[in-house]
Design a protein around this ligand. Structure first.
Ligand code: UD1
Length: 416
């Protein structure tokens, strides 16, 4: 198994480009099932989760090809509505295929996604909404079987603004005979990108980005071309890497509006940020300030996916910061590894108390989830001596050439 080796202490300087968003492209890949035609997706990141989705699409009978970072999916030739367990296990968020397959085939059979490295990954909100849409669901032997003749359009209220459930309902209702509304919908930028994608395909959806989304069913859809939005979490990770090294880096290909919850935290840390139309420059020459209380929340709150990278930064702040993880119960696994690097962090349930230390020290650490992996690499950029990060299968789910890009802005980092 390969590892990342970092020699910490180098200031990052220069510019780095952010790739297309993982969390935007995954539901878009599910959406390619719907039109029975050609889907051209520009700036599609080459990530493990994307490849896992492509295996599902191929298994369903789609033709898939790449031209550079442009992905072409032809879903005309779909021949099954069944996703086997080995493909579902590769990626927990593959549950979003359910809505798209039901919409296209009126039947879907997928293996139950089960838990994941962030703790239990319930799908009760998805199932409750599907039942409300008249979809007959049978859950047995680890599989979920769904069947519907006609989607019964309805007003669906989500008890929690789940990103995946919002996307699944949107996908399931595109090809229906009426109007469905989702209230308390998730407002993440990736939901807006899915709406844009579906509307380019001929869907009639409005409201994404607000808490009420309206889906007016259409009879058929057409071919579509689309550029995926930039990945705000990857952008946040480069900003964190810059901050922890006291460097100055311009992060290119971002949408400043999507970055506001993250920018505001770096500003609270006392760092200088300049925003442009499609880039942000972080100048981190000043000492990092502690943050009184940082909560992860649904968008437009601070994203849970940026919690591990920001924790690495706060581990060398000038005082004590408190972080509340409100989204996933098992999302502090990187803390024990940061402690091996000299970080002073205490956990009590969903609260982390981070006492800033002067500098971290290099150690052998193991990543156990995607953003935790990024957090450990970011910590390694500060640490004195050598840091060895194991568990790169997690990193590769969501970052394309992370180490190469960090290298290009001055980090001493290699994979071997
Ligand atoms: C998506 C993102 C993930 C991000 C998360 C929260 C993708 C591919 N993944 O995941 O990176 O961390 O949003 O911003 O876009 N929940 C239930 N029942 C359900 C569904 C969710 O209780 O049926 C709970 C979850 O356990 C979790 C919370 O709701 O505590 C948020 O989950 P959700 O918004 O659904 O996250 P995902 O779509 O899985």
């Amino acid at each position: 198994m390969s590892k990342i080796i970092i020699e910490g202490g180098r200031k990052l300087e220069g510019a780095v480009r952010v790739h297309g968003s993982k969390n935007a492209v995954l539901p878009i890949l599910a959406a390619t099932v719907l039109n029975g035609g050609k889907n051209v997706i520009y700036d599609c990141p080459k990530l493990k989760d994307v490849y896992a989705s492509l295996e599902i699409l191929k298994c369903l009978g789609c033709n898939v090809s790449w031209e550079g970072n442009t992905l072409i999916v032809d879903s005309q030739t779909i021949s099954t509505h069944y996703i086997p367990e080995n493909l579902m296990r590769e990626m927990r968020s593959s549950i979003i295929f359910l809505g798209a397959i039901i919409a296209r085939c009126r039947n879907a059979i997928i293996s139950y996604p089960g838990g994941c490295e962030l703790g239990p990954r319930p799908i009760d909100l998805h199932i409750k909404a599907f039942k409300q849409l008249g979809i007959k669901i049978d859950e047995s032997h680890g599989y979920i079987s769904c069947k519907v003749d006609n989607i019964e359009c309805d007003s669906i209220h989500l008890d929690f603004p789940s990103v995946g459930a919002t996307e699944n309902i949107m996908l399931a209702c595109v090809l229906s005979n009426g109007i469905t509304t989702i209230s308390n919908a998730a407002k993440e930028p990736e939901i807006v990108d899915l709406q844009d994608y579906l509307n380019k395909m001929g869907a009639k959806i409005c409201g994404a980005g607000t808490s009420v989304i309206t889906i007016e069913g259409v009879k058929s859809l057409k071919d579509v071309c689309h550029t995926v939005i930039p990945d705000r979490i990857v952008a946040a990770s480069y900003l964190a890497a810059t901050a922890i090294t006291g460097g100055t880096v311009t992060v290119e290909n971002i949408m400043p509006l999507h970055m506001q919850p993250i920018i505001s935290v770096f500003k609270d840390c006392g760092l200088d940020i300049t925003e442009d139309k499609t880039s942000i420059t972080l100048d981190a020459k000043k000492q990092i300030h502690q943050i009184d209380f940082l909560r992860t929340l649904p968008h437009p709150g601070f994203p849970t996916d940026a919690q591990a990278p920001i924790m690495a930064v706060l581990s060398i702040a000038d005082g004590t910061s408190i972080i509340a993880e409100n989204m996933f119960e098992n999302r502090f696994k990187h803390v024990a590894e940061l402690a091996r690097m000299g970080a002073d962090i205490k956990i009590d349930g969903r609260i982390a108390i981070v006492r800033g230390v002067k500098r971290l020290s290099g150690a052998k650490v193991t990543a156990t989830d995607l953003r935790g992996a990024a957090g450990l690499i970011i910590a390694g950029l500060n640490a004195e001596g050598e840091t060895e990060v194991d568990g790169l299968c997690h990193l590769d789910r969501g970052y394309e050439n992370f180490e190469g890009n960090l290298q290009s802005i001055g980090a001493k980092i290699i994979r071997r």
